[in-house]
Design a protein around this ligand. Structure first.
Ligand code: HEC
Length: 101
């Protein structure tokens, strides 16, 4: 019983937080090619608004994660929740806020 609980704790921490290195590469690729198709290859904006740090300042992680996961109804922004989970969306937002890292 103890062991099972420990196992559950370990696997849930493995799921939360930062994506694996491989997944981070896949997400960066997606940001450039999929998101970049609308937000611009350099994320300066296009069909979608700029996703540069200045543009995101003052907008909360929750607000932005909601836009990414659920899309924005009535706009071209599609929902991405079939492809990425909330932790991954939050990680992408962190990358957008700190493009050099
Ligand atoms: C088909 C075009 C399209 C694609 C592809 C797309 N977006 Fe968007 N996105 C938009 C549009 C248009 C808006 C503005 C919606 C609005 O007017 O509220 C938007 C809004 C957003 C916002 C909210 C910005 C803000 O300032 O409120 C975020 C964050 C965002 N997109 C991230 C992403 C990410 C990350 C991806 C890739 C996983 C992505 N988008 C792919 C069109 C797109």
């Amino acid at each position: 019983m103890r062991k099972l609980l420990l196992l559950m704790l370990v696997s849930s921490t493995a799921l939360a937080g930062e994506p694996s290195a491989d997944r981070q590469n896949a997400l960066r690729n997606m940001l450039k090619h999929d998101c970049g198709a609308c937000h611009g290859l350099t994320l300066k904006g296009g069909l979608g608004p700029a996703l540069l740090p200045e543009a995101l300042a003052g907008k909360s992680d929750d607000f932005l994660a909601d836009a990414i996961l659920n899309g924005r109804k009535g706009t071209a922004m599609p929902p991405w929740q079939q492809f990425i989970n909330r932790d991954e969306a939050l990680w992408l937002i962190k990358v957008l806020r700190n493009p050099e890292h």
